[in-house]
Design a protein around this ligand. Structure first.
Ligand code: PRT
Ligand code: ZN
Length: 283
């Protein structure tokens, strides 16, 4: 069995469980026990605190795990990053009180910076030749300047509202992070085989999320134009309509290009455009 560690509760829990489910893996219990077993796939799921996941994988207690890159880098364990999962996105940033004048990293010199990420911050400061003091605390970092414990902070930011409500401004982004699938570097042949099966599924789920299936009707004299902007997986499917001179075109479009393509399709006289989500996509 392949052993995967995921967060027991917290921001990555829901998305991690959802991913396993979308990969067709059913668990005998998904609910806050120490572990669960997949009954239609050879996998065992361990529910842990995110901070412990890199060490468990490194020690081989778990083979792979889902964890934020921020935690992975902070713990500094030598693991493989197998897949960037696209959820749990955030950044690790330095923030200072709104009233402080700030123009560059040099302004951090001699400040006391509170953080739970002393290793990443330490590396950043030394790489940039900034001589600042790191004050390690384990939680509620954002209140440190307000209570006089530190001059600045280094913490995770997503919407920025925590910084805003604490009178802080973001001045340096030192890491962009998302949840990743990390793995032990020395997996057995059997485990690697299971992992490859899992990766095929994760890839299919992720590719599907980033693409949409599109169907439309178009006059035949516009088909060449329309096909030039709808590459599809191999090439678009074209089916004649019952009405003379018209065809139905079906293809796959990437989420990022979506609105640009729709605007062009309208220019090329496309009608009745239908866009539907794709559940799985194996290319
Ligand atoms: O109990 P356990 O140790 O497992 O969980 P935890 O409390 O340490 O972690 P948790 O569940 O809060 O976060 C898990 C992971 O989610 C992190 O390691 C990140 O990879 C990712 N993530 C994504 C975030 C955020 N976004 C985030 N916004 N983790 C924390 N935050 C916090 C941040 O620390 C700050 O307090 O949210 C606040 C800022 O959010 P905004 O939206 O106000 O900017
Ligand atoms: Zn944690």
């Amino acid at each position: 069995m392949l052993k995967i560690a995921i967060q027991k509760s917290g921001r990555l829990y829901e998305d991690s469980i959802k991913l396993l489910k979308e990969c067709g893996i059913q668990l005998n219990n998904g609910n806050k026990q120490l572990k669960a077993v997949g009954f239609n796939f050879p996998i065992e799921v361990y529910f842990l605190r995110d901070d412990d996941i890199p060490q468990y994988i490194y020690d081989g207690v778990a083979d792979i795990g889902i964890v934020g890159e921020n935690v992975l880098q902070e713990k500094g364990r030598d693991l493989d990053i197998l897949f960037r999962l696209g959820f749990g996105k955030c950044r690790l940033s330095i923030a200072v009180p709104k009233s402080m004048k700030y123009s560059s990293g040099k302004d951090l010199a001699n400040l006391k910076i509170a953080t739970s990420y002393s290793s990443i911050l330490g590396k950043y400061l030394s790489e940039n030749n900034i001589n600042a003091e790191i004050h390690e605390i384990s939680g509620s970092v954002e209140i440190a300047p307000g209570i006089g414990l530190a001059d600045a902070i280094c913490d995770l930011v997503s919407s920025g509202s925590t910084l805003f409500t604490n009178g802080l401004k973001e001045v340096e982004v030192i890491l962009q992070s998302e949840a990743v699938l990390a793995g032990n570097k020395n997996l057995s042949k059997e485990k690697k085989d299971i992992l490859n099966r899992l990766l095929l599924r994760i890839n299919a789920v992720n590719t599907a999320r980033n693409n949409k299936y599109i169907m439309l009707n178009a006059p035949n004299d516009q088909l060449e134009n329309i096909c030039s902007i709808l590459p599809g997986m191999k090439s678009p499917t074209i089916v004649p309509l019952a009405e003379e001179g018209w065809s139905s075109v079906q293809s796959v479009v990437n989420e990022n290009d979506f609105w640009d393509i729709i605007e062009k399709l309208k220019q090329f006289q496309a009608q009745g455009i239908l866009v539907v989500p794709i559940e799985k996509m194996i290319v």
